[in-house]
Design a binder for this molecule. Structure first.
Ligand code: NAP
Length: 371
């Protein structure tokens, strides 16, 4: 290796990988950064996960384009680390290796009937509407009554994308076939299920409020479920989220909306019911233990993700991510972002984490070159 040259491999070209590459490319003269990407196109979650109508969030890819255009940054696409190139080879070729592969595998509910046609994990479903190459064979069955399990922002994203009219989808990154498929649906009900109460929901205020702006949808929340909640001591963001739910609960229902978006709290899925395909969801009231069944044609589980394992890379099966100590997988090998800490946090979180790892990498590079 020529003196003063440092070779680093980043596996994954999503936000974490691109932010790290940008910082290192600026801070380390003489560095060469190879970014390995399994897909033909870069940017991971920024294009495969971020909702197609959130174009302002997707704008971050413009910054990433500039990173990839740097002389000392190379994007190596269509390379599946673990099969096209092994973990051992990577360690031999590079001074440092960083995994930033995200968490793309849908968690499963583990309930009877989960295999039925009409049921999709949110990762699979959002990859479909984001035209991910591995979902181009999917034509989801989207019926009149759609259920979404999970009280996070992914559930809200999916509800919003499904409830928007074709006109509302005009400014969006949807491909023409997806646009057409969505426009031909005849959705009348979207049910969002949380197994805990409103206080425990992890909705962000902008995403929750955005539902109120939809042209043909009306949000329904039972006032009873919000009654008596003590908001003292809750973080301001949670209080504001509850206030928005309260506004939905109190809003007068004048004319019946084309699409009803109904929140169900304390609703634990127990079984998916159907013969040839999904027909209903059996739900248990988490507080009282009572069971009831709601007819559904489509069910999307937005309950979180795991990081796919890579051959030879130490893996924590229980947590569904790489095995590491504070981001260190082994000497010279690191993990960053969702494959390190699990599927939580927004794109700006990846930027600050990349900054912290860059500091550590730089310290260790200096040490390697002195030794
Ligand atoms: P999340 O916020 O962790 O929500 C996951 C939901 O799934 C929780 O309500 C969880 O309930 C529920 N859940 C998990 N296992 C379940 C089970 N077996 N049965 C029923 N419910 C189950 O995750 P997410 O919505 O996938 O989002 C991932 C991250 O991306 C979050 O940090 C999110 O904020 C971020 N994101 C941000 C945006 C945005 O800013 N626009 C958009 C999308 C995603 P419990 O709480 O009871 O476990």
């Amino acid at each position: 290796m020529p003196k003063n040259t440092h070779y680093i491999a980043i596996v994954g070209s999503g936000p974490s990988g691109c932010f790290l590459a940008e910082i290192l490319a600026i801070k380390i003269p003489g560095i060469t950064i190879d970014i390995y990407e399994r897909l033909p196109h870069p940017f991971g979650l920024a294009v495969n996960g971020v909702a197609p109508d959130h174009l302002h969030t997707r704008k971050v890819t413009e910054q990433f384009e500039r990173t990839l255009a740097r002389d000392n940054v190379n994007l190596i696409s269509n390379i599946d680390v673990g099969s096209s190139i092994s973990y051992s080879e990577l360690k031999q070729r590079y001074n440092q290796v960083v995994f930033a592969t995200g968490a793309s595998e849908d968690l499963r509910l583990g309930i009877p009937g989960e295999h039925l046609p009409g049921i999709y994990g949110s990762g699979r479903f959002t990859r479909w509407y984001n035209s991910h190459p591995e979902s181009n064979q999917l034509t989801p069955l989207i019926g009149q009554r759609v259920g979404i399990i999970g009280n996070g922002n992914v559930a809200l994203d999916i509800a919003r994308v499904l409830a928007k009219t074709a006109a509302e989808h005009q400014p969006s990154a949807l491909s023409e076939p997806v646009r057409t498929h969505l426009a031909q649906r005849n959705i009348s009900e979207i049910h969002i299920f949380g197994r805990r109460g409103p206080v425990d929901a992890s909705f962000s205020l902008p995403e929750l409020t955005e539902l109120s702006t939809l042209a043909q949808a009306e949000v329904q929340v039972s006032p009873a479920v919000l009654a008596g909640i003590d908001t003292q001591g809750l973080p301001p963001s949670q209080k504001k989220m509850l206030e928005q739910l309260q506004r939905y609960a109190q809003a007068p229902k004048a004319t019946p909306a084309v699409i009803k978006i109904q929140f169900h709290f304390y609703a634990t899925p127990v079984a998916a019911v159907g013969d040839q395909q999904l027909e209903a969801l059996e739900i248990r009231d988490t507080r009282h233990g009572t069971l009831h069944t709601l007819p559904l044609d489509t069910l999307i589980t937005a309950i979180g993700y795991r990081t796919p394992a890579i051959a030879e890379v130490p893996y924590d099966t229980e947590r569904g991510r790489f095995a590491h100590q504070k981001g260190n997988i082994e000497p010279g090998v690191y993990c960053l972002g969702w494959c390190q800490r699990g599927p939580q946090g927004v794109i700006p979180t990846s930027r600050s984490e990349a900054m912290n790892l860059a500091r550590q990498l730089i310290k260790e590079m200096e040490k390697q070159h002195v030794d």
